[in-house]
Design a protein around this ligand. Structure first.
Ligand SMILES: [Zn+2]
Ligand SMILES: [Zn+2]
Length: 193
């Protein structure tokens, strides 16, 4: 794990000792987005995290914001581009061993859902905000990440980026039967991504 991502693991032992105490966590990260999630990018990403951690008898509630810019790759022309983020987060990290979900549901602030995944569990007296940041960012993005709706993609013959101009290749009109197959493959790709 990178140095920056290590900073996302926040010790909460002291917070837990004093119920309803708060701690603010502010961080700047350079983030890129790829197929597998967020990764640390060099310089071009500029994301600001501002969270408040609050302890309660069952765990730690994390509220706050994720703002700034992430870099990502266009799924059509493969060029990298930037996208602005302006997200609110409100998640709950439950303390380990707290299996009585019904009880937890009653005690959580209204409107908050009990997290199902074990990712949101306090481990070794740490809250790993990487999971939260990754989930929040990935869920906010469309599956098909395009530099622009009008992106013309790459020439299937020579691979030239057609947004930069015509390459001069003769691209045959596509047989409609192949077109149907292509649409099918694309739909499959979308479902799996
Ligand atoms: Zn593009
Ligand atoms: Zn070409």
């Amino acid at each position: 794990m990178s140095t920056e991502f290590r900073a996302l693991r926040v010790p909460v032992e002291n917070l837990q000792k004093k119920v309803y105490s708060r701690e603010r966590v502010s961080l700047d990260l350079s983030l890129g987005v790829g197929e597998g999630g967020i990764f640390e990018s060099r310089g071009c990403g500029d994301v600001h995290l501002d969270f408040v951690l609050e302890s309660n008898p069952d765990g730690i509630r994390v509220t706050g914001s994720i703002g700034g810019w992430v870099s990502m790759e266009c799924t059509r022309c493969l060029e990298s581009y930037h996208r602005e983020l302006d997200l609110r987060v409100d998640e709950f990290y439950r303390r380990p061993g707290l299996e009585v979900v019904d009880e937890l549901e009653k005690r959580l602030p209204q409107g908050m859902e009990v997290p199902e995944e074990d990712a949101y569990v306090i481990q070794d007296n740490m809250v790993d905000l990487f999971v939260l940041v990754n989930d929040a960012i990935m869920l906010s993005l469309p599956i098909k990440r395009l530099c622009s709706e009008e992106c013309r993609g790459l020439c299937p013959v020579c691979g030239e980026n057609l947004n930069r101009g015509e390459c001069g290749c003769i691209r045959e009109a596509v047989d409609p039967r192949w077109e149907a197959l292509r649409a099918l493959l694309e739909a499959e790709g979308e479902g799996g991504a």
